[in-house]
Design a protein around this ligand. Structure first.
Ligand SMILES: C[S@@+](CC[C@H](N)C(=O)[O-])C[C@H]1O[C@@H](n2cnc3c(N)ncnc32)[C@H](O)[C@@H]1O
Length: 466
């Protein structure tokens, strides 16, 4: 009888091809190969292989695992230690009193088989610790922005020692040395001739940079505002209490005194993303048209539009004064646009404009509008538009299906929903939004994905009053 000789391959599922490839290469030194017309991911281990089937909806079977033989056990453990991997005698911490917990000796990091004395240990892919490390990296970055460490390092391309960096920023030398070590560990810094230099990709973190891709504000907001709120999420889970966006705007430095990159971002949003979808509106604005910005906040979009279209007039509405309309009023006065931009403090769903505007913009506002008022808001926008007129609604892209929760296109929406849940944020799915727009009378509704925003992918709804 012909007998099976050895395993050729096993086929298992993966939801993330790139992460899987990276993990097997890093941990086992295996060779990743992409085969066939469908570019199947295969990982080769000498005489046997693992083939991966990609799916967003894997079958979850308990205790699924496979085992690999290791030539040099101690060397492998040292390698795992060096990678910072967690491994152990059981999968995870091990349930107290379970048979796996009782077997294999006392060392929690590895077990020993009674039958032949060989060692074993369990590894999990992915390793949850990566999330914790990323969390801490956010704080290291924010501290570097706040103290001016990144700016100083950018100003000294030949590099600085921790001591020099501390002197230039009036900071405590031993702490700065610890920060430098951490920033080096996260590859935010490199080292040249014993001095720290900025890693090339850290450029986008430089505080005060006017570039729309500057990410500094994201990290500052994460630690100043989102972090403390996220830490209370467990309380909110119990209470279901709803906090207030408005209060948070009133103390947010970005809303009180917007950094230049925020304006640059609005300019790019209009020029590169919105304008090409609404060329008739662009034409109307050149010829003295009128636009309404719903939830205009500090008015940055209005300022950009007023500068780009000197013949056009604008109205901005919002409900927040401090960190909103107050800032907008000041900036409009400073730029000399008082005669062309009018502001009003009114809940958008209560606006009474009729046939007054060529275009209505709603940017990153809709998720803040109470669910019960949303169709009413779209109706008020429809009424406010001339015929023909166009509505542009830009907001975080939020998934319609469970599978989309794992698609990177929707992660900024999923993350924003979690971060702002205790402010009453409810992100609409695309289908919900489309239904509401239709119910309000809009037609020829299009969806465009907008990717070039540091906060992540948004979708832009373009809806027409024909
Ligand atoms: C995230 S901010 C966006 C501001 C601005 N559109 C932008 O893109 O920078 C959301 C704005 O919507 C405003 N807002 C929330 N609910 C509103 C409502 N019912 N009527 C008018 N504005 C509202 C908030 O006060 C806030 O200024």
């Amino acid at each position: 009888m012909s007998r099976a000789k050895s395993v050729h391959h096993v086929n298992i599922q993966t939801t993330n091809r790139e992460r899987t490839k990276e993990w097997y290469e890093k941990v086992f030194g295996a060779e990743a190969v992409e085969r066939g017309s469908r570019r199947q991911l295969q990982v080769h281990f000498g005489t046997w292989e693992i083939h991966f089937s990609e799916t967003s909806n894997p079958i979850h079977a308990p205790l699924v695992h496979f085992a690999v033989e290791i030539d040099d056990w101690n060397e492998m453990l040292a390698h795992l230690d060096q990678l910072g991997m967690t491994y152990g005698k059981t999968v995870g911490p091990g349930r107290a009193g379970s048979f796996r917990e009782r077997m294999g000796g006392d060392d929690p990091r590895q077990g020993r088989r009674e039958s032949d004395g060989s060692h074993y240990a369990y590894l999990q892919d992915p390793d949850l610790r990566g999330w914790r490390d990323g969390f801490q990296a956010v704080y290291v970055i924010a501290t570097g922005v706040q103290t001016g460490f990144f700016d100083q390092l950018a100003a000294h391309p030949q590099g600085l020692t921790a001591q020099e960096l501390a002197q230039r920023t009036a900071c405590h030398v031993p702490y700065v040395a610890i920060w430098c070590g951490s920033a080096y560990r996260y590859q935010l810094l490199d080292a040249v001739n014993g001095r720290y230099v900025l890693a090339p990709h850290a450029d986008s973190l430089l505080a005060g940079r006017a570039h729309p891709d500057s990410q500094a504000v994201l990290f500052l907001n994460a630690v100043r505002e989102a972090g403390p709120r996220l830490a209370r999420q467990a309380d909110y889970m119990h209470s279901g209490a709803v906090g207030s966006h408005a209060e948070a705007y009133g103390t947010n430095p970005t809303r009180l005194d917007p950094p230049p990159n925020q304006e640059a971002l609005q300019r790019r949003l209009w020029q590169d993303e919105m304008r090409p979808c609404v060329l008739a509106l662009d034409e109307a604005l050149h010829n003295g048209g009128r636009v309404l910005d719903v939830g205009c906040g500090p008015g940055l979009m209005l300022l950009q539009l007023a500068a780009s279209y000197p013949n056009a007039t604008f109205v901005g509405v919002d409900v927040v004064e401090v960190g909103g309309l107050e800032t907008a009023r000041r900036l409009i006065r400073e730029r000399g646009f008082d005669d062309r931009i009018h502001l009003e403090c009114v809940p958008a769903e209560q606006m009474t404009y009729a046939e007054a505007f060529d275009g209505v913009l709603i940017t990153r506002v809709f998720h803040e509008i109470p669910v019960a008022s949303r169709v009413g808001l779209f109706r008020a926008c429809y009424r406010a538009l001339k015929r023909p007129g166009v509505l542009l609604n830009l907001d975080f892209a939020y998934p319609d299906t469970l599978a989309e929760f794992r698609e990177p296109l929707f992660w900024s929406g999923v993350d924003n929903q979690y971060r702002e849940m205790s402010w009453g944020t409810v992100h609409p799915t695309w289908q919900e939004q489309q239904q509401m727009l239709t119910a309000a009378g809009f037609a020829a509704i299009e969806r465009h994905f907008v990717r070039h925003i540091p906060q992540g992918t948004h979708y832009l709804a373009v809806a027409n009053k024909l």
